[in-house]
Design a protein around this ligand. Structure first.
Ligand SMILES: Nc1ncnc2c1ncn2[C@@H]1O[C@H](COP(=O)(O)OP(=O)(O)O)[C@@H](O)[C@H]1O
Ligand SMILES: [Mg+2]
Length: 266
């Protein structure tokens, strides 16, 4: 069953008195407990897609719905993790994770149980009373992820959540997210421009074209992962050696390269 559904979604922006189409006819379904990654060239409209699912932005054509309800505003059924960790700097780790639960009116004992569970899973034991500025970027992003998962939302929306981390921390976080996703499967829309990250994390990968953003191709990663039993391989670098991983990565790179504008240097 589809939980997140984009149907014929267009987004036109007005800039300097002119209309320009950022997204054109996006059709996408994310099924229950499916992890879908979107990759695409910079400026193709990935963040705009995510903001529309979050209710922070609206399509100019078509509809975005979550669990059958058209998205019109942010809501507790959708938790968002941004590249910039967006924690409350004046709140401790514990209070940051607790914040959303308070507004949901969840009783104290249940709040404590959930917070302890996710603080443990994200390796934050001992840091409950720390403030964000006392933590590394990787630790701060663990708090942001714990804060999203603890709400037990219908969908998780992540926009380049590891984009601000150094390469080594990023790998650790990818492995942790995979572990978390296995223990607590959720419906996830995950945006990244890192091809290997997408192949490692996702059940399906959506490759977008350059502006105006359209869906170029959708790739099935899950069946490859199951066939080669990636789940039983502990380290990301060993997964990356698998023949299908290499094949998928090369294919996505090829699609992205086709999307480079002539004269694009990046
Ligand atoms: N609020 C806005 N007003 C005008 N243009 C915007 C707005 N938001 C995004 N855009 C433009 O839409 C395009 C897609 O942006 P974005 O979704 O951020 O792309 P991506 O995340 O793939 O890099 C870009 O050209 C960007 O400048
Ligand atoms: Mg973006």
């Amino acid at each position: 069953m589809a939980i997140i559904r984009f149907e014929h979604v267009d987004r036109v922006f007005h800039q300097n008195g002119q209309d320009f189409t950022a997204l054109k006819d996006i059709n996408l379904e994310v099924k229950d407990r499916e992890f879908v990654a979107i990759v695409g060239p910079s400026g193709c409209g990935k963040t705009t897609c995510m903001r529309m699912a979050a209710g922070l932005e609206h399509p100019t054509g078509g509809t975005v719905s979550v669990d059958g309800v058209v998205v019109r505003a942010p809501g507790p059924d959708r938790a968002v993790v941004f590249q910039q960790f967006a924690l409350f700097p004046w709140k401790t780790v514990w209070d940051n994770v607790e914040f959303g639960l308070l507004s949901l009116g969840i009783a104290e004992a249940e709040r404590r149980r959930r917070i302890e569970h996710y603080i443990g899973l994200m390796g934050l034991h001992g840091y409950e009373r720390a403030y964000p500025h006392q933590l590394s970027g990787g630790m701060q992003q663990r708090v942001a992820i714990a804060r999203a998962y603890v709400l037990d939302p219908k969908v998780l929306l992540m926009d380049e959540p590891f984009g601000a981390l150094d390469a080594q921390t990023r790998v650790v976080m990818q492995e942790e997210l995979v572990r978390l996703a296995r223990q607590h499967p959720r419906t996830v829309l995950f945006i990244t421009h890192a091809v290997e990250e997408a192949v490692y994390l996702a059940d399906r990968i959506v490759v977008m074209s350059r502006r105006p953003g359209t869906l170029r191709e959708i790739l099935d990663v899950k069946s490859a992962r199951q066939a080669e039993r990636w789940d039983e391989i502990e380290r990301i670098e060993d997964v990356m050696d698998q023949p299908t991983f290499v094949h998928l990565r090369t294919h996505v790179w090829k699609l992205l390269r086709e999307q480079q504008a002539p004269g694009d240097t990046h």
